[in-house]
Design a protein around this ligand. Structure first.
Ligand code: 6PG
Length: 463
């Protein structure tokens, strides 16, 4: 009997958590997984919520269990599995049935699917990990508002809330939801890298031990840096390893994994011609972290690092400063994408959406939402609240980059943030030299500063 409000395909960690979240909010959900054993295990573990779960063992069974017009969420790995799943599902669907891809899809795939599929389709970014998916993620939607409206009651019910406001929003048309999620992940990479660099300075420059660092991060979490990532960094630093009778952090291999979303953000920034050097530095740092063998050889060849003398307050201020500059770049990129793709992305909506549920949730995002509420087109660097903090903290960021560089400690994201700041507040830059060089070897022409005349050439051009 067709009775379920919504269907969900893919009972991996995120899919299972999302299905339970949907059921816990009073909706009935029909589920299907490629391997039936997983579906059975899921139903057994669903406890009381199993009453609102319809476990199905075929796609035909799944579609038959859904009220029409149907809504089906896909929670399968990004890429070809999504296309395969859509193709397998298609024969069982009617023309008005809505498919939602809630995985970490590349927004360009989402755009392609939206254009080629002859049916309603939404691409939504879901952030917050398994815990968020189960108890309230941030949901970034993309697609036709009429399709979004069909599923909005369920999505707003399952989303995280910030002061009662659900973090589920239609970000814009087409691939906008997955694009916003990619930028979220780019910022996530940068935020994590800035924290990792700070950890590195505490460990190698200040000779601190993880339990001490845990206290510092916990303390910072009470202030302006208050955020999920600082909170979990404190917990990671505090974790104890029984096998070695010491801090767990000391036995974790220093090579970071990556599924690709941060890389996509860096690649798209190049397509858009936007500067996101802090995010790019974070992606590059993950790539360098993977070169463990080479790093260990080079460490022997080039030697070690020196100590630092830096008050923890300076590190805290530098991290605050770097974080603001990183978000400035992320929001600049969102603005550029809105212009380039013709999406109606609203920075204040995005900042509000990110205040709860997602991995980059932080106290600062509420102030960002306020800043964009007042002037949507502003750079965060120019927004009064953040301009004041930058003025107050930039000296700390400079001191940290100088000290770390002097001691031979790598701070790629912090350095990128500082160079970005120095570049963006320099009215007379140095690209006039580049224009001169381009004209010298390629007669590309330059604009004169004094008269504004275009297509000018230097004396090397001949007459
Ligand atoms: C989130 C996370 C989530 C996941 C990414 C990161 O918002 O919940 O971003 O999507 O952790 O897959 O993956 P990588 O670090 O492996 O790129």
């Amino acid at each position: 009997m067709a009775q379920a409000d919504i269907g969900l395909i893919g009972l991996g960690t995120m899919g299972s958590a999302l299905a339970l979240n949907i059921a816990s909010k009073g909706f009935s959900v029909a589920v299907w997984n490629r391997t039936t054993a997983k579906t059975r295990a899921f139903t057994e573990e669903a406890g009381d919520l199993a009453a609102r779960v319809i476990a199905t063992e075929s796609l035909k069974g799944l579609t038959a269990a859904l009220k029409g017009p149907r809504v089906i969420i896909l929670m399968v790995p990004a890429g070809a599995p999504v296309d395969d799943q859509i193709a397998a599902l298609d024969p069982f669907l009617g023309p008005d049935d809505l498919i939602i891809d809630a995985g970490n899809a590349n927004f360009r795939d989402t755009m392609r699917r939206m254009e080629s599929l002859q049916r309603p389709f939404l691409g939504i970014g879901v952030s917050g990990g398994a815990e968020g998916a189960r108890h309230g993620p941030a949901i970034m939607g993309g697609g036709d508002p009429a399709h979004w409206a069909r599923v909005e009651p369920i999505l707003t019910a399952i989303a995280a809330t910030y002061n009662g406001t659900p973090c589920a929003d239609l970000m814009g048309e087409s691939g906008a939801g997955h694009f916003v999620k990619a930028v979220h992940n780019g910022i996530e990479y940068a935020d994590m890298q800035l924290i990792a660099e700070t950890y590195g300075m505490m460990r190698d420059g200040l000779s601190m031990k993880p339990p001490q660092m845990a206290e510092v991060f916990s303390d910072w979490n009470e202030g302006r840096l208050s955020s999920y990532l600082i909170e979990i960094s404190a917990k990671v630093a505090a974790a104890f390893d029984r096998a070695t009778d010491g801090p767990l952090l000391d036995v974790i291999v220093d090579a970071a994994g990556q599924k690709g979303t941060g890389r996509w953000t860096a690649i798209e920034a190049q397509h858009l011609g936007t500067a996101i050097p802090v995010i790019e530095a974070a992606v590059a740092a993950r790539n360098m972290s993977a070169q463990r063998g080479l790093r260990s050889d080079l460490a022997e060849q080039f030697g070690g690092v020196g100590a630092l003398e830096l008050p923890l307050k300076t590190l805290e201020a530098a991290l605050t400063c770097g974080k603001i500059l990183c978000y400035t770049q992320g929001f600049d990129m969102l603005r550029a994408a809105a212009g380039s793709f013709g999406w109606s992305l609203k920075p204040e909506v995005i900042a509000r959406n990110w205040r709860a549920g997602c991995i980059i949730r932080s106290a600062m995002l509420d102030h960002m939402a306020d800043a964009f509420e007042q002037v949507p087109a502003t750079s965060l660097m120019a927004a009064p609240y953040f301009a004041d903090i930058l003025t107050e903290t930039i000296a700390a960021l400079r001191a940290v980059v100088v000290a770390a560089s002097g001691a031979g400690l790598p701070v790629p994201a912090m350095s990128a943030a500082l160079s970005y700041f120095d570049t963006m507040r320099q009215a007379r830059g140095t690209a006039n030299m580049i224009q001169g060089q381009r004209d010298f070897f390629g007669l590309h022409g330059f604009v004169r500063l004094d008269t504004g005349a275009k297509d000018q050439h230097g004396p090397w051009a001949g007459s």
